[in-house]
Design a protein around this ligand. Sequence first.
Ligand SMILES: Nc1ncnc2c1ncn2[C@@H]1O[C@H](COP(=O)(O)OP(=O)(O)OP(=O)(O)O)[C@@H](O)[C@H]1O
Ligand SMILES: [Mg+2]
Length: 455
Amino acid sequence: MSSRPVILVVDDEKNTREGLVRALRGEYAVAEAENGQRALEWLETHAADVVLTDLRMPGLDGMALLSRLLGRDAKPIVILLTAYGSVETAVEAMKRGAYDFLAKPVNLDRLDLLLRRALAERRLGDENERLKAQLDSKYGFENIIGTSPAMQEVFATIRQAAPTRATVLIQGASGTGKELVARALHQCSPRRDGPFIPVHCAALAPTLLESELFGHEKGAFTGAVERRRGRFELADGGTLFLDEIGEIDPALQVKILRVLEERKFERVGGTETIHVDVRLVAATNRDLRARVAEGAFREDLFYRLHVVNLTLPPLRERTGDVVLLAQHYLKTLAAENGKKPPAISPEAMDVLQAYAWPGNVRELRNVIERLVVLGTGDRLTVADLPAAVRDGAAGGLAIPSRAGRVLRDAERQLIADALRRHRDNRTKAAQDLGISRRTLHRKINEFGLRAPGDA
Ligand SMILES: Nc1ncnc2c1ncn2[C@@H]1O[C@H](COP(=O)(O)OP(=O)(O)OP(=O)(O)O)[C@@H](O)[C@H]1O
Ligand SMILES: [Mg+2]
């Protein structure tokens, strides 16, 4: 950058404001405003790269200022300053698009780091955005296949969340693609040249997991013959993927919470404080909110992880994607096995679509792999499919009775009407119909109703 980045400091407390201006001046061009309203006035005639704003201010507060700023074309990076006890509001602000927040009194070293990173990410992000727009394929995104509305929503969230350092919680049943999504988040982020470090939290006993995550010093416990760096250290500058986070022991939950809040920790048996810059992505196939209700998972950690939430729908709720995935795997797995991809009969494809896929995409992939490896002909029919899939699908394929058809037609009509009435706003349409948004999604898929305005 040829000229210095511009920072606008917004705070009603004169001392805080002046302290920040003094600290930042020199490296940055700094302006100040004593409340949200003044900040907006200043921004009418000036541009800022970063707006550093207090949350609680008389008149237009930090949250309201954020909303107004994000509606603009040239969005500044917004960093919030929060007093003790307003972390939840700050988390809410991050969901709405704030870059990050800092607790007051502001630690200037941390502020300095945060600003450098935010500005660097923005420069990379702009470039990334352009590249991505060109590369997105017709059938999905970053190796994730799917054109169903539910998956389109997932892609949109990935695009939005990837450039930020917000923690992402991925929920979904086994085999729905959680790890794939975690990798996509890393790949689309400014950290993509940094490490992507996965940890399967359920695979290790709590004490082992602790030293796996945080490392240990020589002699920390029997068998610790050497100092070892943990995954948090290894992921510095990149993304740490905590898989099966719902299984983590309460004592470790506390430690993870601390790293998220303070970005520092000590190795097991060590005293040296280690600072890391890690973006955390977590996944679970459990209902984490229910675990919180049971007292098995800390609520504060849940909120920290849940800044961005991605829920992957089961495969049976996106039958259109079954076709795409089946074709994709027929092609790629045949190629891997040095075979010509077989054609598949329409009846066999119907069976694949009618089956419930309890193991989701992983199960579909395995079924196709078996067909490709064991198959001899160049055309797959229903008879080639595994018995479990054929039998499981039989219920779903039964020819609907006349009464059933009439009911289905009526249902389809009701849903189409509600969508039209609410101009494809699914939340409102679902409310109107008295069903959940999720159910509405499924029905839209099932009936092949498209809602272009709701992508
Ligand atoms: N939408 C998709 N497009 C292409 N491949 C997919 C998709 N979803 C999942 N897969 C594939 O299915 C398999 C399982 O995916 P993944 O490991 O990401 O699931 P998971 O949700 O992490 O499962 P688990 O909870 O069992 O760990 C992988 O081989 C992955 O590549
Ligand atoms: Mg997984």
